[in-house]
Write a protein that binds this ligand. Structure first.
Ligand code: IPM
Ligand code: MN
Length: 362
């Protein structure tokens, strides 16, 4: 298969982890005889520094003409600590999601057997957890009208949803449930918000098209509690933009580290693959960031194009590195390794599925 992949490393640890994901894709290309072409472009704070625009036109054009986008991370403390900044790195990612029509963000969360002891949650609670969050990504409060009164003392953010926006992601969530444990949980705040009541009506109606899937509902506050009390109860979680943002970070605790979680953002024409973790500026350049989330993004990218065996090979190699404790410091191992070392070991596992050929880096 031939694929043109736009690479947007972005800020903080973005470049370090994306480099490892690209290296893994190159290895997959070699082993399975695919032709992957990579082209880099600017996004986020680094793009603001260089062009004064968090999403330069050239970047957007490249993403539009590519088959997929591999995204690193964006964000920089100099903006986080300055509420008055008019141009912000996050605007680059939000505009990219909107312009590419990436309305569904898919975030799988599972407990890796080899890491079960590393989670701050009890093994008996998280064992066997396997859920996926379908987060709506181009609507809601993230994209509603924002206002600040002239005297700067009152502000508002509008949360708006249309039936169409709810339906298109709900279909994807129900279709995913059909291939999994046949359960969709709609997470909302229907006891308070009008938008949530619209979600309930629309999703209840649409569920009739999927009689083999059970639909249930949870208010987001309760869902946040249930996610760590009894995460095994979930199969597919369907939710709006901001609730999905919040509960997916919470869900990362189950896996032991947010550095393990990948996500796919898809629309009708484009797809972008992005780790859930942010730019982690404290770790920038220190070679300590976990490359696994970015590497699993590469696996999601391959799966998106139907390259199942290739995606599986990545998963297997990642699991091998976890089992052998070849991990970065976020996983609190007695001994930890650098970002590039972990990446190269994973690449090595893919190259040498036969362990006897394994090159020991130690
Ligand atoms: C995410 C991030 C983004 C979001 C930020 C960087 C705008 O937290 O992808 O989860 O809130 O969507
Ligand atoms: Mn987030």
């Amino acid at each position: 298969m031939k694929l043109k992949i736009a690479v947007l490393p972005g800020d903080g640890i973005g470049p370090e982890v994306t480099k490892q994901a690209v290296a893994i894709l190159k290895v997959i290309g070699e082993v399975y005889h695919h032709s992957f072409e990579f082209e880099e472009a600017l996004v986020g704070a680094i793009a603001i520094d260089k062009t004064n625009d968090p999403l330069p036109e050239a970047t957007l054009e490249l993403c539009k003409k590519s088959d997929a986008v591999l995204f690193g991370a964006i964000g920089d403390p100099k903006y986080d600590n300055n509420p008055d900044a008019k141009v912000r790195p996050e605007q680059g990612l939000l505009k990219l999601r909107k312009e590419l029509g990436l309305f569904a963000n898919i975030r799988p969360i599972k407990a890796f057997d080899s890491l079960i002891e590393k989670s701050p949650l009890k093994t008996s609670i998280i064992e066997g957890t396997n859920m996926v969050i379908y987060r709506e990504l181009t609507g809601g409060i993230y994209f509603g009208e924002r206002k600040l009164s002239d005297d700067g003392t009152t502000a508002s953010d509008l949360c708006e949803y249309s039936q169409f926006e709810i339906e298109r992601i709900a279909h994807l969530a129900f279709k995913a449930a059909q291939t999994r444990n046949k359960r969709v949980t709609l997470v909302d705040k229907a006891n308070v918000l009008e938008t949530s009541r619209l979600w309930r009506r629309v999703v209840t109606q649409l569920a009739k098209e999927y009689p083999d899937v059970t639909l249930d509902f949870l208010f987001v506050d309760n869902a946040a509690m249930q996610m760590i009390l009894n995460p095994r109860q979930f199969d597919v979680i369907l939710t709006e933009n901001m609730f999905g943002d919040i509960i997916s970070d919470e869900g990362s605790v189950i896996g032991g580290s947010i550095g393990l979680l990948a996500s796919a953002s898809v629309g009708n024409e484009n797809a972008l693959f992005e780790p859930i973790h942010g730019s982690y500026p404290q770790a920038k350049g220190k070679n300590i960031a976990n490359p696994i989330a970015a590497i699993l993004c590469a696996a999601m990218l391959l799966e998106h194009f139907g390259l199942k065996e290739e995606a599986k090979a990545i998963h297997k190699a990642v699991e091998q590195s976890l089992e052998n404790n070849i991990v970065t410091p976020d996983l609190n191992s007695v001994r930890s390794f650098g970002t590039d070392y972990v990446g190269s070991v994973i690449a090595n596992y893919i190259l040498n599925t036969d362990d006897s050929n394994y090159v020991n880096y130690e």
